[in-house]
Design a protein around this ligand. Structure first.
Ligand SMILES: C[S@@+](CC[C@H](N)C(=O)[O-])C[C@H]1O[C@@H](n2cnc3c(N)ncnc32)[C@H](O)[C@@H]1O
Length: 343
């Protein structure tokens, strides 16, 4: 209907109801009813003179905003699946979905493609997905991964080793999306120098290339189209980083991804996994994390893992979990950084 775009793009900060009604799609009764509902939810307040005053959240709801991308994802994908999930689970005799290529997503959206393959032919949803991921990594209410993992201290060790070898830091972000996790690293440590590789599927790399070419940061990021089910081409890097990748995949595929990283690591390489780590007891689980686990189930037949599940997964491919870093200031996203080395 364009209510959020109209209000956000207007220089005014208060509106008569007729101003909104005359500028947006929909007849006056429908627009008034929607405005009433938006007021009841706190998105507008009504002043003593009867004008509508938008809350600051309007910018996130307008086109290109964080909530707009979430709403689009929810209506186009998530709600469609949840609406038919009871029927799907009944038909599959209440088996926990575990096949990445034949689960609720494929059955209910009537496709034989994996979510990420389906995205390649759905650019609007892919754009919304990338923006959602970017917001998850960079919004004020979630801890940056560099605030959870003591990156500065760890890098001091590398710096002293690198001083003797002339070799810059090598950092590989696997399934890095449009580069927001690497940006978090570069923003956190302005003096950091090295070789930063951003790997993702070709359709995502194509999206990021124009932005990288416009970047004025002298620390260049190399974007590389790479399928993480194939052998890792960057061998012996200091850090391999997997941000919110493993929760997209059930154990069978997660093991293949990890095995390729394990094969590329040398004895000094460190694998960092930035993901939610669920507590063992249900009473300690944050509601956002519980919902995210179900989202992983309906979209990918996958799961959010506990520390015990991560430890077993890593050990099954010859990796050793040496630390789970958690932040007391993690905000609504209860994410952790797991640190692993070759066993
Ligand atoms: C949940 S997103 C996480 C993005 C980013 N790491 C973050 O933390 O925001 C998962 C990423 O994995 C990428 N991906 C999916 N399948 C892939 C594959 N076979 N090879 C490489 N990347 C893949 C997706 O395109 C997506 O960008």
């Amino acid at each position: 209907m364009n209510i959020f775009n109209f209000v956000h793009n207007s220089p005014k900060d208060e509106f008569e109801d007729w101003e909104i009604i005359s500028q947006v799609a929909g007849d006056s009764l429908l627009v008034s009813r929607i405005l009433r509902s938006l007021t009841a939810s706190g998105i507008f307040s009504v002043t003593s003179t009867g004008t509508y005053k938008p809350d600051a959240v309007i910018k996130d709801l307008a086109q290109g905003g964080y909530l707009e991308s979430r709403i689009l994802m929810n209506f186009d994908i998530h709600f469609q699946i949840y609406a038919k999930l009871p029927q799907y689970l009944n038909q599959t005799k209440y088996a926990s979905p575990s096949n990445a290529y034949a689960g609720p997503f494929q059955s209910i959206l009537n496709t034989d493609q994996h979510y990420f393959d389906w995205m390649e032919s759905h650019p609007i949803q892919l754009d919304a997905f990338n923006r959602t991921m970017q917001a998850g990594a960079m919004r004020d209410n979630s801890a940056r991964w560099t605030q959870i993992f003591p990156i500065t201290e760890k890098l001091k060790i590398f710096e002293s080793q690198m001083a003797c070898t002339d070799k810059g830091l090598q950092f590989v972000d696997i399934g890095g999306g449009i580069g927001h996790e690497i940006k978090v690293l570069l923003d956190s440590i302005p003096s950091l120098r090295g070789h930063f590789v951003l790997q993702d599927v070709s359709s995502v790399i194509q999206v990021i290339l124009p932005e990288l070419s416009r970047s004025t940061d002298i620390r260049s990021v190399q974007a590389m189209a790479y399928n993480f089910f194939e052998p890792q081409p960057v061998v012996g890097a200091d850090f391999y980083f997997l941000g919110r990748v493993l929760h997209d995949w059930p154990d069978s595929q997660a093991r293949t991804i990890l095995q390729h990283i394990r094969d590329a690591m040398d004895e000094d390489s460190v694998l960092l996994i930035h993901d939610r780590v669920l507590p063992d007891f249900a009473s300690n689980v944050h509601p956002t994390d519980a919902i995210m686990d179900l989202n992983m189930m309906i979209l990918f037949s996958s799961l959010e893992r506990t520390e015990k599940q991560f430890r077993a997964l890593l050990s099954s491919v010859g990796l050793k979990l040496v630390n789970v870093w958690r932040s007391p200031t993690a905000g609504v996203h209860r994410q952790a950084v797991l640190e692993a080395i070759r066993a």
